[in-house]
Write a protein that binds this ligand. Structure first.
Ligand SMILES: Cc1cc2nc3c(=O)[nH]c(=O)nc-3n(C[C@H](O)[C@H](O)[C@H](O)COP(=O)(O)OP(=O)(O)OC[C@H]3O[C@@H](n4cnc5c(N)ncnc54)[C@H](O)[C@@H]3O)c2cc1C
Length: 499
């Protein structure tokens, strides 16, 4: 039972999906579109996560959209402000009228004959199945499992008498006032939670197996706020955005080319904020090089302040077992706790968990090459919004949306209704889609498409380069195959149907 057809179906109503709606409206005004969102709310990540202190770990001048200035004073913003920004973008531009909530896309099958996708959706509380069709499918479904986060098997977990919470499942009834808290983890979430929880908790211990790089930045960007006072908001935003892109690129490139220098600078920054005699190397000297994993940012050194004031401490050790009272460590030490927070990460999910088929054949995503990090070899009329690992997510997603709109307009102008990346380079070598050593990436990298060793099958994680290729580069590059399905009833259509 096919009910409706859209030119474009966007899967996901988070930061990327709302951005995609905006770009489509602006650049392809004639196109009909729907945003299918599995949950009941706009905002994705920024609506899902409710743990204390939830905030961005990159600045909002680059995490914000290219088309909508971030006008708040804070550069590293809290979750509710980001959610409000996404919601306002949707309502101010009428994008919210295109969203179908509680529409979880389960399956999408492409028919070359009809040049369209049939999208199977689980709808509403009953989970009834409905079908939609679209000419182009755009996945803005993020990169992780919404149903559950990642939690390793902890021996003795059932023995612990207190409460165990995963940050992804945080609810308002988690009462930690006056309690002893152990936060397990050393990533962005743990580093956010620890200082935030010290405001009410008796004491918060961050228990990590190994340290991460922690960089303290001012919570407010003085240059941004000064520029905004004197210049039109859009201009001030644009200048700040480029300043931060340049700074971020510089830190990333220096980390790759002169890792020892960056390591020393970060260590000096950390040492300066901790009490005399603090064992900086034990707790804040990672075994890997800077930017081999995502770097953790703390606004105004809040984590270090909490440690200085004795409200928080860091323990670097391995868990032997949970006990009735807390956690026993390999060193023999026991950490007593009333609440244990398992900030142990996300479980990655590729392409919204949707099963794809092209002309009846299932698409085996890990077996195919990604094209420009946004399309798949052999899969027509499909793109996905995946952000940078070494810079703000939205920088890449804005460019991906621009590119998709260029493609759609080009196809209309040239009478094509199909576009498909086609591998024509037998010497192309496969490399992992993301070259990060983080545990959550390594656990799931086998689910991702392959990355090629050369352009356009390579993902450069470089904003300036992506501007050149995605905004200005030729669409006809020898790897994208454009075509048109023969009109029904024509000799060519009958010949193709018979073959
Ligand atoms: C706690 C946290 C903090 C972060 N901080 C930063 C940061 O500071 N800077 C940065 O660059 N990145 C950050 N990230 C990464 C972050 O996820 C992105 O920046 C951005 O929010 C992703 O937006 P998105 O819309 O692409 O995906 P999401 O926010 O994940 O939204 C995806 C949406 O798609 C929906 N969806 C998924 N599958 C389906 C389906 N099959 N059918 C229908 N709907 C579906 C989901 O319900 C969700 O609403 C953070 C991530 C987390 C978890």
């Amino acid at each position: 039972m096919v009910s409706e057809h859209f030119d474009v179906v966007i899967v996901g109503g988070g930061l990327s999906g709302i951005g995609a709606g905006y770009h489509l409206q602006q650049r392809c005004p004639g196109k009909s579109y729907a945003i299918l969102e599995a949950r009941e709310a706009i905002g994705g990540t920024w609506d899902l996560f409710r743990y204390p202190g939830i905030r961005s770990d990159s600045d909002m001048y680059t995490l914000g959209y290219s088309f909508r200035p971030w006008e708040e004073a804070k550069a590293i913003a809290d979750g509710p402000s980001i959610l409000e920004y996404v919601r306002k973008t949707a309502s101010d531009n009428g994008i919210d009228r295109h969203i179908r909530f509680r529409h979880k896309v389960k399956h999408a099958s492409w028919s070359s004959e009809d040049a369209r996708w049939t999208v199977e959706v689980e709808r509403g509380p009953s989970g009834e199945t409905v079908e939609l069709t679209c000419s182009f499918l755009f996945l803005c479904s993020g990169y992780y499992n919404y149903d559950a986060g990642y939690t390793p098997e902890f021996p003795g977990r059932e023995r612990f008498a207190g409460r165990i919470v995963h940050p992804q499942k945080w609810t308002d009834d988690v009462d930690y006032a006056g309690k002893r808290v152990v936060v397990i983890g050393s990533g962005a979430t743990a580093i956010t939670l620890v200082p935030a929880m010290t405001e009410k908790a008796a004491h918060v211990t961050m228990l990590q197996r190994s340290p991460s790089y922690v960089l303290s930045l001012p919570g407010q960007d003085v240059i941004a706020n000064t520029l905004r006072a004197y210049l039109p908001s859009g201009l001030a935003y644009g200048i700040t955005r480029w300043k931060n892109v340049a700074l971020g690129t510089l830190i990333f490139q220096l980390s790759r080319r002169a890792p020892e220098l960056i390591r020393k600078l970060i260590r000096a920054g950390v040492k300066a904020q901790l009490p005399e005699g603090y064992d900086v190397d034990k707790h804040f000297k990672p075994a890997y090089k800077p930017w081999d994993q995502r770097m953790c940012l703390v606004p105004d050194g809040d984590l270090f302040r909490a440690i200085r004031h004795g409200k928080a401490s860091v323990v670097t050790d391995h868990i032997e077992t949970f006990t009735e009272k807390g956690i026993r460590l390999r060193s023999g030490e026991e950490l007593e706790a009333d609440i244990i927070v398992t900030a142990t990460g996300l479980e990655l999910k590729v392409m919204g968990g949707v099963d794809f088929a092209v002309d009846g054949a299932p698409v085996d995503v890990p077996k195919v090459f990604g094209y420009k990090g946004m399309m798949l070899e052999g899969v027509p009329n499909l793109a996905m919004a995946l952000g940078y690992t070494n810079a703000s997510w939205t920088l890449k997603c804005d460019l991906t949306c621009e590119y998709m709109c260029r493609l759609l307009n080009y196809m209309d102008a040239h009478g094509h209704d199909r576009v498909m990346p086609t591998l024509n380079d037998p010497t192309l070598e496969a490399v992992p889609f993301i070259d990060f050593s983080s545990g959550y990436i390594q656990r799931s990298i086998h689910k991702f498409p392959k990355q090629g060793s050369r352009s356009p099958w390579k993902l450069y994680q470089n904003y300036a380069l992506d501007i050149l290729t995605l905004r200005y580069g030729a669409l006809e590059d020898g790897s994208l195959q454009f075509s048109r399905a023969p009109a029904p009833g024509t000799a060519l259509a009958e010949e193709r149907a018979a073959s």
